[in-house]
Design a protein. Structure first.
Ligand code: TEU
Ligand code: CA
Length: 553
């Protein structure tokens, strides 16, 4: 039987570039992480997921890998990695790395070879389309300056496919040799003792290499089409058979484009593919859908939010799910789902953590959220470092798009909002680095930082620590059935978690105003086990951003 430690785990996601710089070059690194392992262990989390740490020219901050078996020079050496893993295991922390199986860097040896000639032995490691056949059917690119996923390469008079930037050519999974290479890479890291992988855009790996036109219904949602490749599940089964089943590891799909009705194809243990998946539906709530990634001026609808998370709870039932509200691809969860004004910052951050840590799914905490870090909201394009923002900006300039509107929207939605350096203390550069950091520090670090919160019993940080302990103390909060209550309440999200060991009632007021939740509770028989207000009251009236966990006695 495969161990399922990951169902009970809380996972802490670290963006290594922004976590802690140990050598004064303005870039976070592995020694920096090592120096903060005690902080992480004290949070009470069980595992760390690191965004890619492999050799990369950093066109997309490590999601463009040029050597899958080496450490990015910015981050350190293999000796640093071995030390990190050792130090983590000493503290009973598991390590989850990031596999980027869909594309490599164009500077990877395979691609350098592949582009040399049409009969190069590495030619079929990538998707090439001979130009004499004309231009292939359109494929939309996420990050390309022209939104075009086909790049012309003169050397062999052919186009190659890149769903992301031109420097991220898509690997050809239809080629068994390429698949064997990826399995070997996985074995290399598992043999070192790594505990699992998060798999970047793994639903995209299989492609119909005749590249038919994309049906109209996918317009504006091309990811949904990319996630429907013909041999996807065959390859996942093969990867499981060849590698994953042979190690005590966890595998987590980044589930871009995966619909709730298809999720069990990935995570039903009977099918022997992957263990968990994280969905994207929550991440589109409250955005207008016109490609700008623009928040709806009316805000997001809590009714929709509840409906989406309830739907996915059900979708994960045959296997096991994950839950997150922010990561390195998203703005800060506090700015997006809470209220980052001084008045409600702490309260709403605590409420969001209460949600994350009481749902039936493995919670992911994104580094810095446990302090209530918020969006930096850059005004000047020159402050951005993210290729997604920079290339979209370029594209709009070229095509006469509404650049001003785009810049406004990016203040709320840009990925760099979630990537600013971790706020350790109120020293220069937030204690992140001796040097100017690669991306500006949020000026609010003087009041929002880990040192400030460490000894304050009422801080967000200590609240998160308490919640993690609570989840471990009461397995009902992990395994209990989830039931949405008072579904039509537009301000309050409340739900029950129940199993034979107990029953909990969670009430969350997602608003700046008082609200009542309309659930039958016999207050004589409940005990408050967590509350983000110090003065506790058993009442159907909830104060602004109040979060209460009741235990039925
Ligand atoms: O993200 C995949 C993905 O679908 C992104 O396009 C995501 O929707 C986008 O970042 C939202 O703005 C993964 C990684 O998490 C991301 O950091 C990489 O840039 C991308 O793959 C390419 O590897
Ligand atoms: Ca450094």
């Amino acid at each position: 039987m495969k161990s399922t430690w990951w169902k009970e785990a809380v996972i802490y996601q670290i963006y290594p570039r922004s976590f802690k710089d140990s050598n004064g070059d303005g870039i976070g690194d592995l020694q920096g992480i090592i120096s903060k392992l005690d902080y992480i262990a004290r949070l009470g989390v069980d595992a760390i997921w690191l965004n890619p740490i492999f050799t990369s020219p950093n066109d997309d901050n490590g999601y463009d890998i040029s050597d899958y078996r080496n450490i990015m020079a910015d981050f350190g050496t293999m000796a640093d990695f071995d030390e990190l893993l050792h130090q983590m295991h000493l503290r009973k922390l598991k390590l989850i790395l990031d596999l980027v199986p869909n594309h490599s860097s164009d500077e990877h040896f395979w691609f350098q070879e592949s582009k040399k000639s049409r009969d190069n032995p590495f030619r079929d490691y990538y998707h090439w389309w001979p130009a004499e056949k004309g231009k292939p059917n359109h494929r939309e690119s996420y990050f390309d300056v022209n939104r075009d996923a086909w790049a012309y390469d003169q050397q062999t008079n052919a186009y190659y496919l890149h769903y992301f930037t031109k420097k991220q050519p898509d690997l050809n999974w239809e080629n068994p040799k390429l698949r064997a290479e990826i399995y070997d890479i996985l074995r290399f890291w598992f043999d070192k003792g790594v505990d699992g992988f998060r798999m970047d855009v793994v639903p995209f790996i299989s492609k119909d290499t005749s590249f038919p036109p994309i049906p109209d219904k996918y317009r504006g949602n091309f990811g949904d089409f990319y996630a429907q490749g013909p041999h996807l599940h065959q390859y996942l089964k093969e990867m499981n058979r060849e590698v994953l089943s042979r190690y005590n590891c966890v595998s987590i799909a980044e589930g871009v484009g995966v619909k709730p009705e298809d999720v069990e194809l990935f995570i039903d243990p009977q099918r022997q593919e992957l263990d968990m998946l994280y969905h994207f539906e929550g991440m589109s709530i409250g955005y207008t859908s016109d490609g700008f990634k623009e928040p709806d001026p009316a805000g997001y609808s809590l009714l929709q939010f509840k409906q989406v998370y309830s739907k996915w709870d059900k979708a994960f039932e045959k296997g096991w799910g994950t839950i997150y509200l922010g990561n390195h691809d998203q703005p800060r969860m506090l700015s997006r789902w809470g209220n980052d004004n001084d008045e409600f910052r702490e309260r709403s951050s605590k409420l969001l953590h209460t949600f994350l840590l009481t749902m039936r799914a493995t919670p992911f905490i994104y580094n810095g959220d446990e302090l209530g870090m918020s969006n930096i909201k850059f005004e000047d394009i020159n402050n951005y470092r993210d290729i997604e923002t920079l290339n979209m900006h370029q594209y709009l300039l070229q095509t006469g798009g509404d650049v001003e509107r785009f810049m406004r929207a990016q203040q709320q939605t840009a990925r760099d909002n979630g990537r600013t350096p971790f706020q350790w203390d109120n020293a220069a550069n937030a204690g992140f680095s001796q040097a100017d950091p690669w991306l500006k520090v949020n000026p609010n670090y003087v009041k929002i930082n880990a040192a400030e919160q460490e000894d304050d019993p009422d801080s967000i940080l200590n609240y998160v620590r308490q919640l993690i302990l609570l989840r471990k103390k009461y397995p009902t909060l992990i395994y209990g059935d989830y039931q949405l209550l008072d579904a039509a309440n537009p301000q309050v999200y409340s739900y029950a978690r129940t199993n034979k060991e107990g029953k909990f009632l969670i009430a969350l007021n997602f608003s700046d105003k008082d609200a009542s939740f309309n659930v039958d509770v016999d207050f004589a028989n409940v005990q408050i086990v967590q509350n983000n207000y110090l003065s506790q009251q058993k009442s159907k009236m909830l104060r602004p951003w109040e979060a209460v966990i009741y235990r039925l006695t």
